[in-house]
Design a binder for this molecule. Sequence first.
Ligand code: BGC
Length: 402
Amino acid sequence: MDDLFTLPDGFLWGASTSAHQTEGGNTRSDWWAFEHSGLTDRIEEPSGSACDSYHRWPEDMDLLAGLGFTDYRFSIEWARIEPSPGEFSAEALAHYRRMVEGARERGLRPMITLHHFTAPLWFTERGGWAAAESDELFARYVEAAAPVFAEGVDHVCTINEPNMVAVMATGLRTVAAGGSLPAVGLPSPDEATTEGLVRAHRRAVDSVKSCAPHVRTGWSVANQICRPEPGCEERAATYQRPRETVFLEAARGDDWLGVQAYTRTRIDASGPLPVPEDAERTLSGWEYDPQALGAALRHTAATVAGTPLIVTENGIATADDDRRIAYTSGALAGLAHAVADGVDVRGYFHWSALDNYEWGSYRPTFGLIAVDRHSFVRTPKPSAAWLGAVGRTRVLPTAAAS
Ligand code: BGC
């Protein structure tokens, strides 16, 4: 292939955030309750005011548009829209509608995620996704939220990382019962939660289409990027099946499928292995692996042939912004090579636009833009200017970085 890879017209070029991680004060959600429950020491600090993006979203969008991004993926918060069962907040709906219009006014195409890890507390108390009625309750919320996405939105993501939601259901049950989580690898996803999520996704796709037929719908899966030791391919497939594959397969027939890739999972005959002592680790404790994205794209394309892919998250938690640039340029080279080999990729969203609440702590900084924890002042990092410029020039790096 040529040394240069030019982004095709219409390729989505953006950054991602989620409501709970950035808005602040998401008091009606199950996560807010969990953060204050004292159930686990994995919660180092509560989310509190997060980045105050509920009020400062215009600033976030001004920065992203000014940096050269053309797309912004953010989530709307079910717990704000439906704080009590069947009661919908006109204020919250108007707020998110203003965000969609605000994005468009700045030249950003909004991708809306309907559920990003958090649900109203009442929903979780009624059994969450494992409850028989969960798909119905989700569809009712999606239909109520239609005014937010009916115009000006081309892409809707129903549920972010349903595989991690199912894993977290097991994790939560385990810690609530005083048990401990596996030291390496992910717990086995809760089966009833998995089934509920798949049903909810299918119903939500129908609900979105019936309210807004033009919207392209999909969901985003956390890719496990299993790297089996020689001879351990079957062990890897067994590990991967409930934690990823069933969720990829459930996306067959969707308009697109979201790929979210950060790091690899090494596997031998005993199962997932710890990160080797001598490997570089990021602030989330994960192995530094820019090649994860290309591998995830190829694996996903092979599993769900014919479904267009969008990278809805990829990034690195680091205090060293040069490392962020190196990681991301390696990841984009992997994307460019996958496309050259025929993988149908329609967009790239970096995680994350802002340093935000990383599910228990503000320590792992994934942001292109730093946020002062007290004043909320936003400061774009050099990586933000670099990645925005890549979008402006439309040319991707193709040389793999180390
Ligand atoms: C999630 C994000 C999270 C990121 C980094 C993904 O699992 O969708 O909410 O912050 O990875 O951990």
